[in-house]
Write a protein that binds this ligand. Structure first.
Ligand code: ZN
Length: 138
């Protein structure tokens, strides 16, 4: 398993444009790649920061997992995303190591890249997203 870098940090927000104002105006970061991810019922936007990015995640439906997160905890850090070299192989290796996964198979994330989530129980309470720079075939 090869982890290449922190791809992005995901921040849950009730309103993407409202939250984006701080990053745009106070920090001078450009907002890029605003996109609806149907399968996850979220709308996301990214701010490039060096080799990584900050992702704002807004719920796109009342039953979105982000709606539940906001209800329980309010806006804030939601997940950390690590880029790995081969997501399928990484998931197989993690399964073999007894790591608890939310997604046992890769699914399409932002920009059509494959992603999978690791359960916070296996990662010291942090929701971990794994991605590879490989377009999903779906
Ligand atoms: Zn993410």
């Amino acid at each position: 398993l090869k982890v290449k870098k922190v791809e992005h940090l995901g921040i849950a927000v009730p309103n993407l444009e409202e939250a984006a104002r701080f990053y745009q105006q106070a920090l001078g970061l450009p907002l890029e790649g605003v996109e609806n991810i149907e399968g996850q019922k979220v709308r996301v936007g990214f701010f490039p920061v060096g080799e990584s990015r900050i992702e704002l995640v807004e719920p796109a439906a009342p039953d979105s997992p982000i709606s539940k997160f906001l209800e329980k905890k309010g806006a804030g850090l939601h997940h950390i995303c690590l880029e790995v070299e081969d997501l399928n192989a990484a998931l197989e290796e993690l399964k073999a190591k007894g790591v608890r996964l939310i997604d046992s198979e890769p699914r399409p994330g932002a920009h059509g890249y494959n992603i999978a989530f690791v359960h916070p129980q296996s990662a010291s309470g942090v929701l971990l997203e794994l991605t590879e720079k490989q377009k999903s075939s779906q």
